[in-house]
Design a protein around this ligand. Structure first.
Ligand SMILES: Nc1ncnc2c1ncn2[C@@H]1O[C@H](COP(=O)(O)OP(=O)(O)OP(=O)(O)O)[C@@H](O)[C@H]1O
Ligand SMILES: [Mg+2]
Length: 683
């Protein structure tokens, strides 16, 4: 009970495991599974067909051959049967010529006959030996001498011998009464109880009391040829196994298969076994059993020889039955031989097993080969699949190990080449994307700058117009004020109390005029007097004018002037003004100390000369930078905010460009670019 409880729950687990394993070996959608399945099918189907067809053919062949052999065996059995009759006939014929026999009949005296007849009976192993006189009356019955004589004239064999004067022999069914009269022992030997046998002809009889005998009769004559009577002898076949065992001995060599005789022989009286070496399950001879109805109908009723597969008592046999006829030609029984079918079927099964074994071996071999082949195919493919997945995730360092120098190796090689190219393409793509992004950023920045510049220049134009208008309007009255106040000042005595005030008017008016001039410079109102100009020279002249001023005290001046700078067509005073305004601002930004760098270079692409003026001051904050070129924009207490506005106006008028680059804490650089050779003055 315990063992059951332990084993039952384990069974499904084991089953599942085996199913999984089976699926792993033969199933699944893998290449390996498909190959193995197809290979196995390719060998299994032909193997099974061959097995079925082959074994069927072998079976037919073997059975046909075996049946032919059985037919031959039947002929041999018939021969043995007939030779037994012939021998009996010969013996009776010879003994009929003996003097003791015909002497007794001649003398009608049985003296000495009894011993001789007994001797003959024993020597020839006869059951019956009878001497009959010429009238057909029994003269001496050796089996039962006491029985009443006479009355045998209706014995067909004796009658035949008497009429034909020739010996006669054959098989006869002898009545129970005759047997009884001969000897009670003989009657007992002949009596057989019929065992009901399946598939036998239905019969009401429960027993057989008549007996089947081999008989021979020979005429007894005087040496002169006078017929005296008939000597006849017989052997009861019932329960006499001499013939059937001789058949088994000579035809079947007493072969046995698994304890059973391979070859068997039987003599039937009608359809009842009376002499046989077919055994019952208990090992006794199957006396009293019946032949099948099919056989009885063919052999007994129709007088045919029946051949085929027959179930005899307890086994299947390949069998043959032939009719046994009496001297009148009537069928009275059958002679049977049969060989056990089992050795044939067993050997067939064995060959089938061997066949299936070979097929199974073939399948196993195919499995091994298929697995090897499949592995050779599927491993690189699996590797490529995994590699492809990783490549899809962006890892290009995937190389697959290729098989040999076959298609797979070539595929792996191509895969690796493709991966490498993919990586290159991917890198190039990323670089170009980065480049594109960078260009877009640059372009956007440039656009922004240009836009700002446009806004700036439009603003400057508007401011310029305003400034010009104001300057014009102020310039004339200012000139009047200045002229008159100057004249007044000249006319006044040195100690005149107004003198100081008038002087203030003159000074302030001068200051105003300066501002107006600045406004006019800014608003392009002052026309440039253009000459061919070396900007290096302009820079040096300007610096030499101002460098001794106190504001430059702590400033280190560095020149990086290009000696091969092309000349430009420009107004020298105005250009000096530009440089001056910028370097002043720089110096003012670096009162604590710093470096002023002055660089010039030609920019051939722009066909311009560039001046770069850099300082190491505090730099310009964004909000200042946005308005730095506006007039009056200043962060200084005493500044007018016109310095850069004037510079801007002048450079504009020269069709140049002024740019500021600055970051807080990193100093400031002003770049001025003036076109080489200048352009026609369109102002
Ligand atoms: N190199 C520089 N470093 C720092 N700030 C500067 C520099 N140059 C100009 N600036 C700023 O730009 C403003 C405008 O300068 P701009 O020269 O036009 O006028 P200003 O110097 O203030 O007065 P003005 O030059 O008329 O005496 C300045 O007030 C200052 O704030
Ligand atoms: Mg200034």
């Amino acid at each position: 009970m315990n063992a059951d409880h332990e084993t039952v729950p384990m069974a499904p687990g084991a089953g599942t495991r085996w199913r999984t394993r089976f699926r792993a070996w033969f199933g699944g959608a893998t290449i390996q599974g498909r190959l193995v399945r197809n290979f196995a099918l390719a060998i299994l189907v032909p193997a099974l067909v061959t097995a079925v067809v082959g074994v069927g053919m072998i079976r037919q062949l073997v059975f046909a051959q075996a049946q032919t052999q059985v037919n031959a065996d039947l002929e041999a059995a018939k021969e043995i049967y007939q030779s037994t009759i012939d021998r009996l006939e010969d013996a009776i014929r010879i003994h009929a010529t003996r003097m003791v026999i015909y002497g007794a009949l001649t003398r009608r005296d049985t003296t000495g006959l009894a011993e001789e007849m007994d001797r003959i009976r024993r020597a020839e192993r006869l059951d019956v030996l009878t001497l009959t006189d010429a009238d057909g009356r029994v003269f001496y019955r050796s089996g039962n001498p006491a029985a009443p004589a006479g009355g045998d004239a209706n014995d067909s064999l004796v009658a035949l011998a008497l009429t034909q004067l020739e010996p006669a022999a054959g098989t006869e069914v002898v009545d129970a009464g005759v047997l009884e009269r001969e000897s009670p022992a003989l009657a007992r030997q002949a009596a057989i109880t019929i065992s009901p046998t399946p598939r036998a002809r239905p019969t009401a009889a429960r027993e057989v009391r008549s007996g089947m005998m081999l008989r021979a009769a020979a005429p007894v004559s005087t040496p002169g040829g006078r017929l005296l009577g008939v000597l006849d002898g017989g052997v009861l076949i019932t329960r006499n196994y001499e013939i059937v065992d001789k058949i088994r001995r000579t035809v079947f060599k007493e072969e046995e298969y698994k304890g059973r005789p391979v070859g068997t022989a039987t003599i039937f009286q009608n359809d009842v076994r009376v002499s046989t070496n077919v055994r019952l399950a208990d090992g006794t001879r199957a006396i009293g059993t019946q032949a099948s109805a099919e056989v009885a109908d063919a052999v007994l009723s129709r007088g045919e020889t029946w051949r085929g597969r027959a179930f005899v008592v307890q086994d299947w046999y390949l069998a043959a039955y032939t009719p046994i006829r009496d001297v009148s030609g009537a069928t009275i029984g059958m002679l049977y031989v049969g060989v056990l079918e089992r050795p044939f079927t067993d050997s067939l099964w064995r060959s089938l097993l061997v066949f299936l074994g070979i097929a199974a071996g073939g399948v196993a071999l195919v499995y091994l080969v298929a697995v090897r082949v499949a592995r050779r195919f599927s491993e690189p493919i699996h590797g490529m699949t995994m590699a492809a997945q990783r490549i899809a995730q962006g890892d290009y360092s995937q190389a697959v190990r290729g098989g040999g120098d076959d298609e797979l190796g070539y595929l792996a090689h191509s895969f690796n080449t493709m991966t490498a190219e993919l990586q290159l393409a991917h890198t190039a793509l990323r670089e170009s994307a980065d480049e594109l992004e960078r260009k877009v950023e640059e372009r956007t920045a440039e656009l922004k700058r240009m836009q700002a510049q446009m806004i700036q220049s439009e603003k400057m134009v508007a401011i310029g117009k305003l400034a010009a208008g104001v300057a014009h309007e102020i310039n004339n009255p200012l000139t009047g004020v200045l002229t008159n106040s100057s004249l007044m000042l000249e006319d006044l005595a040195d100690d005149h109390p107004w003198r100081e005030d008038i002087q203030t008017i003159v000074n302030e008016t001068l200051r105003c005029r300066k501002i107006v001039k600045g406004l006019l410079d800014f608003s392009r109102q002052t026309k440039p007097q253009r000459t061919l100009l070396d900007l290096n020279q302009v820079v040096e002249d300007t610096l030499s004018l101002v460098r001794n001023q106190t504001v430059f005290r702590n400033t280190k001046i560095v020149y990086e002037l290009d000696p091969h700078l092309p000349t430009v067509l420009a107004d020298a005073d105005q250009m000096r003004q530009v440089v001056l305004n910028i370097v002043l601002n720089a110096a003012e930004a670096m009162v604590q100390g710093g470096e002023l760098r002055l660089a010039s270079a030609s920019n051939l692409a722009k066909k311009a000369v560039e001046l770069r003026i850099s300082d190491t001051g505090p730099g310009v904050p964004d909000e200042v930078r946005a308005r730095i070129f506006e007039p009056f924009f200043t962060t200084k207490k005493t500044g007018t905010g016109l310095g850069l506005a004037v510079a801007y106006g002048i450079i504009e008028r020269h069709h140049g460009e002024i740019r500021i680059d600055s970051a807080r804490g990193k100093g400031t650089t002003f770049t001025i670019s003036v076109p080489i050779g200048g352009t026609a003055d369109d102002d």
